[in-house]
Design a protein around this ligand. Structure first.
Ligand code: ADP
Length: 404
């Protein structure tokens, strides 16, 4: 079964094609074809890169239209040196990562006209992401036709059983029924990493207390007990919680009131500041990228040091909160760009957890091994580095739904 996965961001579009056997393997297989489009400056010029075992294609496309870009990108599946399919109809199913499923979707679902309407309605909750996801769905319908099933896999779904006290905001309760509640994100990654952690620990998932640190450009934590998310740091939007690459994470809402009242900020200006000009980038003035922050720290840049320290301060205190919520901890799991690749962040996060009996193996940590335990043999808490596989998880969901 050829499963095409689309992962649309506000200024990027990633995609890959898996060929899955009649039996679903319990480990991710490598995609046959991978494509990425970036709109680096939102200015009508896209950069397309496609990779397969037989070659790489790189092209500049003079357009802002997602449909035009997708059309060109998908053509490389059945034409040219990256060809892996004989014809478009060899695609059996298309899976989309959809960021916000609101209170409507707690599981992956086959896309119907009604599902599209709901994803569009939920765009008010995720204005940067849901419209891009929908554009991808509509474009695939036009390019591949409506006979190929499409599946929506929601980033919020994994947190659907978040206990009410963790989901409610302490504001007038009438807002809760209007959808102003905590949803949580990065759920596709948490679903994969929790299952993979149980495999690595050789213990059933339903006996484990895990804290998973998904640290990429966006950063969040999830506290997972017996396979279920019981707390997470992102909330109504992916802006709550930890300090991130360009996002602020949680700040005193009084700051927003002050800026609205006293500095004449508009909603859009607040959104721009909190989503794009804050976090590591805002505090350091150097970059949103942890590699550049750590390089600047090594060069004694004081602002970069402050940004790193603030990031770690917030990460540690959020982990501490989750330990208390879980009432103990079996494993601390690091994943995504920073979590998988930054020994400095992992060791700083673990340093103050020694009171739990957690002991990092410094040499193993330094090597950033994939899917391995980096705690010492004596550590009372395991520490794992897990390579997240969001696209594979979407493909698995498609396989499951189409087969059933
Ligand atoms: P996204 O949240 O967009 O999916 P990723 O999970 O790919 O992002 O994470 C991207 C981030 O990972 C980069 O911005 C960078 O900060 C960080 N990163 C990637 N490689 C390294 C590395 N070797 N060391 C430290 N940080 C890294």
């Amino acid at each position: 079964m050829n499963v095409l996965v689309l992962n649309a961001g506000s200024s990027s579009q990633k995609s890959c094609l898996y060929n899955i056997d009649t039996d679903l393997p319990d480990r991710p297989s490598s995609p046959l074809w991978e494509a990425k489009v970036d709109w680096p400056h939102h200015q009508g010029a896209a950069e397309l890169t496609v990779k397969t075992a037989s070659g790489t294609v790189q092209e500049a496309l003079e357009t802002n239209s997602r449909e035009v870009v997708l059309s060109r990108m998908l053509t490389t599946l059945w034409e040219g040196k990256t060809q892996v399919l004989a014809q478009p109809s060899d695609v059996a199913v298309v899976g989309h990562r959809v960021v916000h499923g609101g209170q409507d979707y707690y599981e992956s679902i086959v896309i119907t006209p009604q599902v599209k309407e709901t994803i569009a309605r939920l765009a008010t909750f995720a204005p940067l992401h849901n419209p891009a996801n929908l554009e991808g769905i509509v474009a695939v319908e036009r390019i591949l036709g409506t006979s190929i099933p499409q599946v929506a896999v929601f980033d919020t779904a994994f947190h659907s059983q978040l206990p009410l006290p963790a989901a409610v905001y302490p504001i007038p309760y009438s807002w809760f029924s209007k959808g102003i509640r905590r949803y949580g994100f990065h759920g596709i990654s948490y679903q994969y990493c929790s299952q993979r952690s149980a495999q690595l620990l050789e213990r059933p998932l339903d006996t484990l207390r895990l804290i998973i640190c998904h640290l990429g450009n966006g950063c969040s934590l999830a506290a997972i007990r017996n396979g279920r998310s019981i707390d997470t740091t992102m909330g109504f939007t992916p802006l709550e919680g930890l300090m991130m690459g360009t996002r602020s994470g949680s700040i005193d809402p009084g700051i927003l009131l002050y800026l609205l009242r006293e500095e004449n900020f508009s909603g859009d200006e607040l959104g721009q500041m909190l989503n794009r000009e804050s976090g590591l980038k805002g505090v350091s003035g150097v970059s949103n990228d942890m590699r550049q922050i750590t390089a600047a720290v090594a060069a004694n840049n004081a602002q970069a040091q402050l940004a790193f320290d603030a990031y770690i301060h917030r990460l540690r205190s959020a982990i501490g909160g989750m330990v208390a919520t879980l009432g103990g901890l079996d494993a601390l799991v690091f994943t995504a760009g920073v979590g998988e690749n930054s020994p400095a962040v992992r060791s700083a996060a673990c340093e103050t957890l020694a009171f739990l009996g957690l002991e990092l193996d410094a040499a193993k940590n330094q090597q950033s091994p994939v899917d391995q335990d980096i705690a010492t043999a004596n550590s009372a808490v395991r520490v794992l580095v897990v390579k997240t596989e969001e696209d594979w998880t979407i493909a698995q969901e498609c396989w499951r739904l189409v087969r059933s």
